[in-house]
Design a protein around this ligand. Structure first.
Ligand SMILES: [Zn+2]
Length: 300
């Protein structure tokens, strides 16, 4: 674990904190095969050197925080992939690969452990963790990531109020800083909804913000909708705040790299988010090291 004061110092000095870009889709772009049930999970076993190279490239691009490849390592995802027996080892290794990648960096870089209360399944009612186990499973993952050396836990893809709340509560139990990532989509009526579309983002933030957490993000949201979603988040969140949006389309288990926003255009969008008050920016699916390099180069 490292001292995270550098993040607060940057924000106080009005310097934007830079996150990495996508991990899973970047692995895919580099030729790593994705699992049909658990997406990027197997990369930890099959291509650890590529995972490490992705992290290292983001550090070179200027990331202050890198997120380890544990997005697909929730117990409910590994169960469907038949990998649940490797739950502990995969999560611990995901952190260790990211920690190894930051060795040699000449400045502080934080490692975030990702916990995703989401599912790659067509019927979320069947594919989220069973009610009786959900809290315990998220908590177990949070503890493993913390013990392995994560500096921050980031709850990614908050798309459903119940699952998101349980994952946030579980992560807070570790005592590590907890960051919340709200994933949004604009519906046909033009409302910004949580990804599952059962609730508006406004209701989602109101329900979950009171539980706790140190920073909140609009993440895994179409780049063009992120500013509007960010304004809603900002009106209801009092902690640190940021955006990491996506570009492209997911057709399980692959991200389609068609019409990916250029690094220049993505940086121009990020400039808008920073103007609206975003303190931390990075990228989600489809956003790679070159995009992050452009974010880093934005004038303060
Ligand atoms: Zn994403």
């Amino acid at each position: 674990m490292i001292n995270l004061d550098f993040i607060d110092k940057k924000i106080v000095n009005r310097e934007t904190v830079i996150l990495d870009g996508a991990t899973g889709t970047e692995l895919e772009r580099r030729g790593v095969t994705m699992n049909s049930a658990a997406w990027s999970a197997e990369a930890i076993l099959g291509a650890p050197e590529v995972v490490r190279a992705v992290h290292a490239d983001y550090i070179r691009a200027g990331a202050d925080v890198i997120t380890c490849n544990s997005f697909s390592l929730a117990r409910h995802m590994l169960l469907r992939a038949g990998l649940e027996g490797r739950f502990r080892r995969l999560n611990a290794d995901a952190v260790k690969i990211a920690v190894a990648a930051r060795e040699g960096a000449n400045r502080p870089v934080a490692v975030a452990g990702s916990i995703a209360p989401t599912t790659f399944c067509d019927d979320p009612n069947l594919c989220y963790p069973p009610d009786a186990n959900a809290f315990a499973w998220y908590h177990e993952q949070a503890e493993i990531l913390a013990e392995a050396g994560a500096d921050i836990l980031i709850i990614e893809m908050i798309e459903d109020i119940r699952q998101g709340s349980l994952a946030v509560e579980a992560a807070l139990r570790t005592g590590l800083p907890v960051w919340l990532g709200f994933s949004c989509v604009k519906n046909a009526a033009g409302e910004i909804m949580l990804w599952e579309q059962g609730h508006t983002l406004r209701d989602g933030v109101e329900a979950i913000a009171g539980i706790g957490g140190d920073a909140a993000f609009i993440m895994h949201t179409e780049t063009r909708d992120a500013a509007e979603a960010f304004a809603i988040l900002k009106s209801r969140w009092r902690g640190r705040i940021g955006v990491y949006a996506h570009s492209g389309v997911f057709v399980m288990p692959n991200w389609l790299f068609t019409d990916i926003i250029t690094p220049e255009a993505y940086a121009a969008e990020a400039k808008k988010w920073i103007g609206l008050g975003a303190e931390i920016v990075g990228g989600c699916c489809g956003i790679g090291p070159e995009h992050i390099r452009r974010l880093k180069a934005l004038p303060a």
